[in-house]
Design a protein around this ligand. Structure first.
Ligand SMILES: [Zn+2]
Length: 210
């Protein structure tokens, strides 16, 4: 969402990835990807014991986390549908150009802060430890499906809206939200934020609809 700074320090790939994540993640729905990656951390094992018992010994913490986040995100989508505002005629045009099949379903939700499952202790701790939530961290906008949540004080201008609408279109094209999130994370791990196809497509829209 936010634009990259022009200055680049020389960093190791690992440092670069970390720095990129810190800079970009809060604005692009990357939070989840990082959380999912972190789900393998041993410190999280105890937090998932309830589900592990239910699901049995073969529980994959990665899949479990994905399911938990996706369930939470569905609730956010429902709330957003109830309270959000539909796109204007001009915004609907933009959504169509971007390839959204059902622009009439899109809702913009203005909110003090883009939601995060802070009530989930494990998620909150991970978010904080990774630097995705907490003091000084700002998530400007995030698509949870057809709902685009925008924090108060952030101007969702045309390029920014185009970027988020691309994510909506990507989610729309996915079998479901879970599948999208899974793909997002896999791409992130394979290519990194700057080169992952889902974000490349979204940033292209920032330029196209400037
Ligand atoms: Zn993005």
């Amino acid at each position: 969402m936010t634009t990259f700074g022009e200055s680049r320090k020389i960093m190791s790939p690992r440092q670069m990835r970390k720095a990129t994540l810190r800079r970009m993640a809060p604005a692009c729905g990357l939070i989840l990807a990082a959380l999912l990656s972190a789900a393998h951390a041993p410190t999280l094992a105890s937090d998932t014991s309830d589900e592990a018992q239910v699901l049995g010994e073969q529980t994959d913490p990665h899949a479990e986390f994905l399911a938990r986040y996706a369930a939470w995100a569905k609730g956010i989508e429902t709330k957003g549908q109830a309270r959000g505002t539909p796109l204007t005629a001009e915004q609907t045009d933009l959504a169509r150009q971007i390839g959204i099949a059902h622009p009439e379903k899109v809702r913009l939700v203005h909110v003090e802060a883009v939601p995060f499952p802070t009530q989930d202790e494990a998620m909150r701790k991970m978010g904080e430890s990774l630097g995705f939530i907490g003091p000084g961290i700002t998530n400007n906008a995030q698509a949870f499906g057809y709902t685009i949540w925008v924090r108060d004080g952030f101007t969702l201008d045309r390029p920014s809206l185009a970027h988020e609408l691309v994510h909506v279109a990507q989610i729309e094209r996915s079998a479901n939200f879970d599948a999208y999130v899974q793909r997002y994370m896999q791409e992130l791990q394979t290519y990194g934020h700057a080169k992952m196809p889902l974000e490349v497509e979204a940033y292209e829209a920032n330029r196209t609809y400037r």
